[in-house]
Ligand binder design. Structure first.
Ligand SMILES: C[S@@+](CC[C@H](N)C(=O)[O-])C[C@H]1O[C@@H](n2cnc3c(N)ncnc32)[C@H](O)[C@@H]1O
Length: 319
């Protein structure tokens, strides 16, 4: 697929480059904010699983104009490093670790956050059940860390896969937040299982002590749970959000969008510093991907002489 055909097939990928966002997912947070006014009055925000940083960019651009910039504190956490952003403190860490929660609190000088967002996603395996399970675990890890850093009344937004165990996740979230909505922004493809839970008004049960253990999804849970009715089953509202006239992320658009303006290919705004797929890109580019007749020694030799730091490959449509 050529470079311009990607621009044609993924309108939000193209718009992200035109508007200077590091990834197309920036539009998801912008459209969620349009619907839920998430940024109103927010001074301390946490972006979990932030790399390459388009959600942090949105937070930085939106929050720092509303409030005086010095008062706004944004902390971004990811396993991977990302290029700096104005007003954003980065923590290269794991959201499943208590030490990461402690570091966030240190940055806020002991104060709690008004908003926590998490667009976390593990590397997908292609095995749907496994992917859904790992995504659910990551969401629960995000909820755990949120319970350490979010102020009562604060909001939490996280990516969720609407798989078969999703009702259990909703029930877990409803324990901590008075309102939970499942939202699907226009920029999130209909063909994708992805949606976002928008959890408003953090109000943990009385006496709840935050901890990082993650047994929530593993307790006795069987398929009958999804057959429960009435108050025993948690049904959360589902909201398709974003202006209906907004671009449809599943459609292909012509390259010449505007009759006045000639199409011009733009490179991605900011490639990730060290994407996990960098090695795979190198192997593919050099025709070194596993072949039956290629001796592993050749591959090993190639890998050991590879200068991974010198090359940046990216596909910003992924997040
Ligand atoms: C879809 S990307 C996030 C895109 C980002 N919101 C943006 O707009 O640029 C998912 C990120 O989750 C991160 N991630 C996955 N598991 C994590 C963990 N346990 N702790 C921290 N980050 C994690 C990955 O490193 C990856 O950068």
């Amino acid at each position: 697929m050529g470079r311009s055909s990607k621009d044609k097939r993924d309108i939000y990928y193209r718009l992200a480059k035109e508007e200077g966002w590091r990834a197309r997912s920036a539009f998801k947070l912008l459209q969620l904010d349009e619907e839920f006014k998430l940024f109103k009055g927010v001074r301390r925000a946490v972006d979990l699983c932030a790399a390459p940083g388009s959600w942090s960019q949105v937070l930085s651009r939106k929050l720092r104009v509303k409030e005086s910039s010095e008062e706004v504190k944004i902390v971004a956490v990811d396993l991977q490093a990302m290029a700096p952003l104005p007003g954003v403190t980065q923590i290269q860490g794991d959201i499943t670790k208590i030490s990461t929660a402690q570091e966030i609190i240190r940055h806020f000088e002991g104060q709690a956050a008004d908003l926590v967002v998490c667009d976390g996603a593990p590397d997908v395996t292609g095995l749907h059940d496994v992917d859904e399970y790992i995504q659910a675990q990551l969401l629960l890890a995000a909820l755990n860390i949120t319970s350490h850093v979010l102020k009562p009344g604060g909001n939490f937004v996280a990516k969720i896969f609407r798989g078969k165990d999703v009702t259990l996740l909703y029930s877990q979230l409803k324990i901590f937040f008075s309102t939970v909505t499942c939202a699907k922004p226009r920029s999130s493809r209909n063909s994708s299982i992805e949606a976002f839970v928008v959890c408003q008004n953090y109000s943990p049960p009385e006496g709840y002590v935050p901890n990082m253990s993650n047994p929530l999804l593993d307790h006795s849970y069987d398929v009958d749970f999804n057959q429960l009715e009435g108050p025993n089953r948690v049904i959360v509202p589902f909201l398709a959000c974003g202006d209906l006239s907004a671009f449809d992320s599943d459609r292909t658009y012509p390259l010449q969008l505007d009759s006045e303006k000639e199409y011009e290919y733009l490179p991605p705004t900011q490639p990730p510093i060290r994407p996990p797929y960098q090695q795979a890109c190198h192997l593919r580019k050099n025709n070194l991907l596993a072949k039956e007749d290629s001796p592993s020694a050749v591959l090993d030799g190639a890998l050991s002489t590879m200068n991974l730091g010198s090359e940046q490959e990216t596909d910003p449509s992924t997040p």
